[in-house]
Design a protein around this ligand. Sequence first.
Ligand SMILES: C[S@@+](CC[C@H](N)C(=O)[O-])C[C@H]1O[C@@H](n2cnc3c(N)ncnc32)[C@H](O)[C@@H]1O
Length: 294
Amino acid sequence: MRFLVLSVLVGLLVKVSTLVAYLEEDENVMILTKKNEYKLSLGLKDENRLDLLNAIYNPASNKFLSTVFSQYKGNVLELGCGTGIISRIIAEKIYPYKVVATDISRKQIQVAKGKGSIPANLEFYVANARDVLSQGKLYDIIYVRFVLVHLNQLHDVLALIKTSLTKNGIIIIEDVSSADSQYVEGDNILTRKLLDIDRAQWQELFPKEKIAECLDQLGFEIVKEESFHPELKTSEERKLLTWGLESAKDSLITMKLVSEEDIDEAIDSAKKLELDHARKVFYYKMFQLVMQKK
Ligand SMILES: C[S@@+](CC[C@H](N)C(=O)[O-])C[C@H]1O[C@@H](n2cnc3c(N)ncnc32)[C@H](O)[C@@H]1O
């Protein structure tokens, strides 16, 4: 009898947590999950935003990855692959080696799979980065772009990455150098607001130095480093500012991290900037790092 009650309770619990996960994914906002971890859910707007991010950063990533893969080859694990555009580029460059591309969001993986026929050496999976890295499988190359800022307990994740790499394995990280690399020339007020919202959103600002320092402590050394700082020139590209703020708005207000008035003002200014080409807008500088076990 006790066993029966326990089974029913466990079953209910699983159903409720699955439902919560689905509800979270249906929200068109960036949310803080119950595990205290940021997760980007994917509404139509987020999909457009990720496509635009890809259009802006991919040429630089493409160039960087070409030089890296001319030197290093092997099976690749990608964490937080999003809509999988880079996963496909990697699969083409690294062929015949395999690429396992993973993301915590079911919807992202659904979109990734739907972006055309999937190359034979590429597989997409829904998975939390920590779980993938705890499976005991080894990879020659682990690639993470714009993901590490989403994960808390960075040191633990990087330590897991180390245990998932083969002897001469490498980690390739592309991520945001620092939040203050996003600015509007000649508009200190909006620049300050964007920075304040980033601080509220991320608490710890983008941790390039911290990532490199952690990996150094774990016995990695830098074998290649570059960076790319995009300017948002067209009205379309400038939508990134507006969409980013809109996407974070609800969860930031719910968590009382910014006032509705402040974020609405920032969204208004960002919308005006889409048409005001007198001012230069710089989006986040991306660092590109390859580190190898010493
Ligand atoms: C900004 S997007 C970057 C997507 C892709 N790497 C790119 O560069 O286009 C961050 C991705 O990380 C995923 N993500 C966040 N936390 C994660 C976790 N704990 N495990 C796996 N993926 C995660 C999100 O679902 C999202 O797709």
